[in-house]
Design a protein around this ligand. Structure first.
Ligand SMILES: [Zn+2]
Length: 252
Protein backbone atom coordinates (compact mmCIF):
# COMPACT_ATOMS: atom_id res chain seq x y z
CA UNK A 1 0.00 0.00 0.00
CA UNK A 2 1.66 3.21 -1.15
CA UNK A 3 1.43 5.85 1.49
CA UNK A 4 1.65 8.64 -0.99
CA UNK A 5 -1.57 7.79 -2.67
CA UNK A 6 -4.50 9.72 -1.32
CA UNK A 7 -7.72 7.91 -0.60
CA UNK A 8 -10.71 9.35 -2.45
CA UNK A 9 -14.25 9.14 -1.28
CA UNK A 10 -17.42 10.98 -2.05
CA UNK A 11 -20.33 10.09 0.22
CA UNK A 12 -19.56 12.48 3.04
CA UNK A 13 -17.37 15.55 3.25
CA UNK A 14 -13.82 14.92 4.35
CA UNK A 15 -14.20 17.14 7.36
CA UNK A 16 -17.21 15.20 8.60
CA UNK A 17 -15.56 11.88 8.03
CA UNK A 18 -12.40 13.01 9.79
CA UNK A 19 -14.48 14.12 12.74
CA UNK A 20 -16.15 10.71 12.92
CA UNK A 21 -12.84 8.91 12.55
CA UNK A 22 -11.26 10.89 15.34
CA UNK A 23 -14.25 10.30 17.59
CA UNK A 24 -14.08 6.60 16.73
CA UNK A 25 -10.39 6.51 17.50
CA UNK A 26 -10.99 8.27 20.79
CA UNK A 27 -13.60 5.66 21.71
CA UNK A 28 -11.31 2.81 20.67
CA UNK A 29 -8.45 4.23 22.70
CA UNK A 30 -10.74 4.42 25.72
CA UNK A 31 -11.83 0.82 25.20
CA UNK A 32 -8.20 -0.17 24.83
CA UNK A 33 -7.35 1.53 28.09
CA UNK A 34 -10.20 -0.27 29.84
CA UNK A 35 -8.95 -3.59 28.45
CA UNK A 36 -5.50 -2.78 29.71
CA UNK A 37 -6.84 -2.02 33.17
CA UNK A 38 -8.71 -5.32 33.21
CA UNK A 39 -5.56 -7.13 32.06
CA UNK A 40 -3.48 -5.38 34.73
CA UNK A 41 -5.92 -6.53 37.41
CA UNK A 42 -5.75 -10.08 36.13
CA UNK A 43 -1.97 -9.79 35.89
CA UNK A 44 -1.70 -8.85 39.55
CA UNK A 45 -3.67 -11.98 40.46
CA UNK A 46 -1.38 -14.09 38.28
CA UNK A 47 1.57 -12.52 40.08
CA UNK A 48 0.24 -13.53 43.50
CA UNK A 49 -0.57 -17.03 42.24
CA UNK A 50 2.91 -17.55 40.87
CA UNK A 51 4.30 -16.36 44.22
CA UNK A 52 2.25 -19.06 45.95
CA UNK A 53 3.39 -21.64 43.40
CA UNK A 54 6.97 -20.60 44.11
CA UNK A 55 6.54 -21.18 47.86
CA UNK A 56 4.95 -24.59 47.29
CA UNK A 57 7.64 -25.66 44.86
CA UNK A 58 10.28 -24.72 47.40
CA UNK A 59 8.43 -26.72 50.07
CA UNK A 60 8.37 -29.78 47.80
CA UNK A 61 12.05 -29.36 47.06
CA UNK A 62 12.87 -29.07 50.76
CA UNK A 63 10.80 -32.12 51.61
CA UNK A 64 12.74 -34.17 49.09
CA UNK A 65 16.03 -32.95 50.49
CA UNK A 66 14.82 -33.58 54.02
CA UNK A 67 14.14 -37.18 53.08
CA UNK A 68 17.68 -37.55 51.75
CA UNK A 69 19.09 -36.02 54.93
CA UNK A 70 16.96 -38.45 56.97
CA UNK A 71 18.35 -41.43 55.05
CA UNK A 72 21.94 -40.25 55.40
CA UNK A 73 21.42 -39.70 59.12
CA UNK A 74 19.99 -43.19 59.48
CA UNK A 75 23.02 -44.69 57.69
CA UNK A 76 25.40 -43.01 60.12
CA UNK A 77 23.25 -44.00 63.10
CA UNK A 78 23.25 -47.65 61.99
CA UNK A 79 27.01 -47.53 61.51
CA UNK A 80 27.38 -46.00 64.95
CA UNK A 81 25.29 -48.74 66.54
CA UNK A 82 27.25 -51.50 64.79
CA UNK A 83 30.57 -49.97 65.75
CA UNK A 84 29.44 -49.51 69.34
CA UNK A 85 28.64 -53.22 69.51
CA UNK A 86 32.04 -54.09 68.03
CA UNK A 87 33.69 -51.75 70.51
CA UNK A 88 32.09 -53.61 73.40
CA UNK A 89 33.26 -56.93 71.94
CA UNK A 90 36.82 -55.63 71.69
CA UNK A 91 36.68 -54.33 75.23
CA UNK A 92 35.57 -57.78 76.42
CA UNK A 93 38.34 -59.36 74.36
CA UNK A 94 40.87 -57.02 75.91
CA UNK A 95 40.48 -58.76 79.26
CA UNK A 96 41.37 -62.13 77.77
CA UNK A 97 44.40 -61.34 75.59
CA UNK A 98 47.56 -63.35 76.11
CA UNK A 99 50.34 -61.22 74.74
CA UNK A 100 51.30 -57.62 75.19
CA UNK A 101 51.50 -57.15 71.42
CA UNK A 102 47.95 -58.39 71.04
CA UNK A 103 46.91 -56.17 73.90
CA UNK A 104 48.53 -53.09 72.36
CA UNK A 105 47.02 -53.74 68.96
CA UNK A 106 43.54 -54.23 70.39
CA UNK A 107 43.88 -51.11 72.50
CA UNK A 108 44.82 -49.14 69.40
CA UNK A 109 41.76 -50.46 67.56
CA UNK A 110 39.55 -49.53 70.50
CA UNK A 111 40.91 -45.98 70.56
CA UNK A 112 40.45 -45.62 66.81
CA UNK A 113 36.87 -46.90 66.95
CA UNK A 114 36.11 -44.56 69.83
CA UNK A 115 37.27 -41.50 67.97
CA UNK A 116 35.51 -42.66 64.78
CA UNK A 117 32.31 -43.07 66.77
CA UNK A 118 32.73 -39.64 68.25
CA UNK A 119 32.87 -38.27 64.69
CA UNK A 120 29.81 -40.32 63.78
CA UNK A 121 27.87 -38.96 66.75
CA UNK A 122 28.80 -35.42 65.75
CA UNK A 123 27.68 -36.14 62.21
CA UNK A 124 24.31 -37.38 63.46
CA UNK A 125 24.03 -34.17 65.46
CA UNK A 126 24.74 -32.09 62.34
CA UNK A 127 22.13 -33.98 60.34
CA UNK A 128 19.62 -33.29 63.11
CA UNK A 129 20.39 -29.58 63.00
CA UNK A 130 20.08 -29.49 59.22
CA UNK A 131 16.78 -31.36 59.36
CA UNK A 132 15.47 -28.98 62.01
CA UNK A 133 16.40 -25.93 59.97
CA UNK A 134 14.74 -27.45 56.92
CA UNK A 135 11.62 -28.25 58.89
CA UNK A 136 11.47 -24.67 60.15
CA UNK A 137 11.88 -23.34 56.62
CA UNK A 138 9.11 -25.63 55.36
CA UNK A 139 6.78 -24.32 58.05
CA UNK A 140 7.69 -20.72 57.29
CA UNK A 141 7.07 -21.21 53.58
CA UNK A 142 3.77 -22.90 54.32
CA UNK A 143 2.69 -19.91 56.40
CA UNK A 144 3.73 -17.51 53.65
CA UNK A 145 1.74 -19.53 51.13
CA UNK A 146 -1.28 -19.42 53.42
CA UNK A 147 -1.00 -15.65 53.83
CA UNK A 148 -0.71 -15.20 50.09
CA UNK A 149 -3.71 -17.43 49.52
CA UNK A 150 -5.77 -15.18 51.76
CA UNK A 151 -4.37 -12.15 49.95
CA UNK A 152 -5.24 -13.73 46.60
CA UNK A 153 -8.85 -14.31 47.65
CA UNK A 154 -9.06 -10.72 48.76
CA UNK A 155 -7.57 -9.40 45.54
CA UNK A 156 -9.71 -11.70 43.41
CA UNK A 157 -12.82 -10.09 44.87
CA UNK A 158 -11.45 -6.62 44.23
CA UNK A 159 -10.37 -7.39 40.69
CA UNK A 160 -13.70 -9.01 39.96
CA UNK A 161 -15.61 -5.95 41.16
CA UNK A 162 -13.30 -3.65 39.23
CA UNK A 163 -13.53 -5.75 36.07
CA UNK A 164 -17.31 -5.73 36.25
CA UNK A 165 -17.33 -1.94 36.52
CA UNK A 166 -14.92 -1.64 33.62
CA UNK A 167 -17.00 -4.03 31.52
CA UNK A 168 -20.07 -1.88 32.14
CA UNK A 169 -18.14 1.17 30.93
CA UNK A 170 -16.91 -0.78 27.94
CA UNK A 171 -20.44 -1.79 26.95
CA UNK A 172 -21.56 1.81 27.19
CA UNK A 173 -18.67 3.07 25.07
CA UNK A 174 -19.10 0.24 22.56
CA UNK A 175 -22.65 1.43 21.91
CA UNK A 176 -21.30 4.91 21.13
CA UNK A 177 -18.83 3.28 18.81
CA UNK A 178 -21.53 1.81 16.59
CA UNK A 179 -22.95 5.29 16.04
CA UNK A 180 -19.58 6.58 14.83
CA UNK A 181 -18.89 3.78 12.37
CA UNK A 182 -21.99 4.70 10.40
CA UNK A 183 -20.43 8.03 9.47
CA UNK A 184 -17.31 6.48 7.99
CA UNK A 185 -17.13 4.93 4.52
CA UNK A 186 -16.45 1.20 4.36
CA UNK A 187 -13.03 1.47 2.71
CA UNK A 188 -11.81 4.05 5.18
CA UNK A 189 -13.15 2.02 8.09
CA UNK A 190 -11.34 -1.08 6.86
CA UNK A 191 -8.14 0.91 6.54
CA UNK A 192 -8.70 2.38 9.99
CA UNK A 193 -9.06 -1.09 11.51
CA UNK A 194 -5.91 -2.37 9.81
CA UNK A 195 -3.84 0.60 10.92
CA UNK A 196 -5.24 0.53 14.41
CA UNK A 197 -4.01 -3.02 14.83
CA UNK A 198 -0.60 -2.35 13.33
CA UNK A 199 -0.01 1.08 14.83
CA UNK A 200 -0.81 0.61 18.48
CA UNK A 201 -4.34 2.01 18.30
CA UNK A 202 -3.36 5.20 16.46
CA UNK A 203 -4.71 4.95 12.90
CA UNK A 204 -5.24 8.63 12.31
CA UNK A 205 -2.87 11.35 13.46
CA UNK A 206 -2.43 15.07 13.17
CA UNK A 207 0.21 16.76 11.09
CA UNK A 208 1.65 19.85 12.69
CA UNK A 209 4.09 22.15 10.87
CA UNK A 210 4.62 19.49 8.22
CA UNK A 211 5.50 16.80 10.74
CA UNK A 212 3.46 13.60 11.20
CA UNK A 213 2.60 13.38 14.91
CA UNK A 214 2.46 9.59 14.67
CA UNK A 215 6.02 8.95 13.52
CA UNK A 216 7.53 12.46 13.68
CA UNK A 217 8.74 12.35 10.10
CA UNK A 218 8.41 15.27 7.70
CA UNK A 219 5.67 15.13 5.10
CA UNK A 220 6.91 15.95 1.57
CA UNK A 221 6.09 19.64 0.86
CA UNK A 222 3.74 18.92 -2.04
CA UNK A 223 1.74 16.43 -0.02
CA UNK A 224 1.66 18.82 2.89
CA UNK A 225 0.21 21.53 0.65
CA UNK A 226 -2.45 19.10 -0.55
CA UNK A 227 -3.19 18.16 3.03
CA UNK A 228 -3.66 21.84 3.91
CA UNK A 229 -6.18 22.17 1.08
CA UNK A 230 -8.15 19.50 2.89
CA UNK A 231 -10.03 17.87 0.07
CA UNK A 232 -8.43 14.44 0.15
CA UNK A 233 -7.62 11.95 2.86
CA UNK A 234 -3.86 11.45 2.96
CA UNK A 235 -1.65 8.77 4.44
CA UNK A 236 1.75 9.40 5.97
CA UNK A 237 4.47 8.13 3.61
CA UNK A 238 6.47 6.85 6.58
CA UNK A 239 3.99 5.26 8.96
CA UNK A 240 0.98 4.96 6.60
CA UNK A 241 -1.35 6.44 9.20
CA UNK A 242 -4.18 8.57 7.94
CA UNK A 243 -3.49 12.23 8.50
CA UNK A 244 -5.31 15.47 9.11
CA UNK A 245 -3.93 18.95 9.49
CA UNK A 246 -3.58 19.99 13.10
CA UNK A 247 -2.40 23.60 13.51
CA UNK A 248 0.29 24.15 16.13
CA UNK A 249 -1.99 26.45 18.15
CA UNK A 250 -4.40 23.57 18.74
CA UNK A 251 -1.75 21.83 20.73
CA UNK A 252 -1.57 22.77 24.35
ZN1 LIG B 1 3.77 9.14 10.10
Amino acid sequence: MAGLQPIYHEEVTLKEELGKLLALQDIDLRIRKLDEEIATGQGSLDGIQSGIDGYLEEVEDLKERLEVVGKEKLDVETELEDETTRLKDRQTKLMNVQTNREYQSLLKEIEETKSANKRRAEEVERYLEIAEAMQAKIEMLGESAEEERANLLDQQKKVETMSQELEVQKTKISKERKGKIDGVSKGVYRRYEQLRERRNGMAIVGVTDGVCQGCYMNIPPQQYNELLRGDELHSCPSCQRMMFHKPASEEE
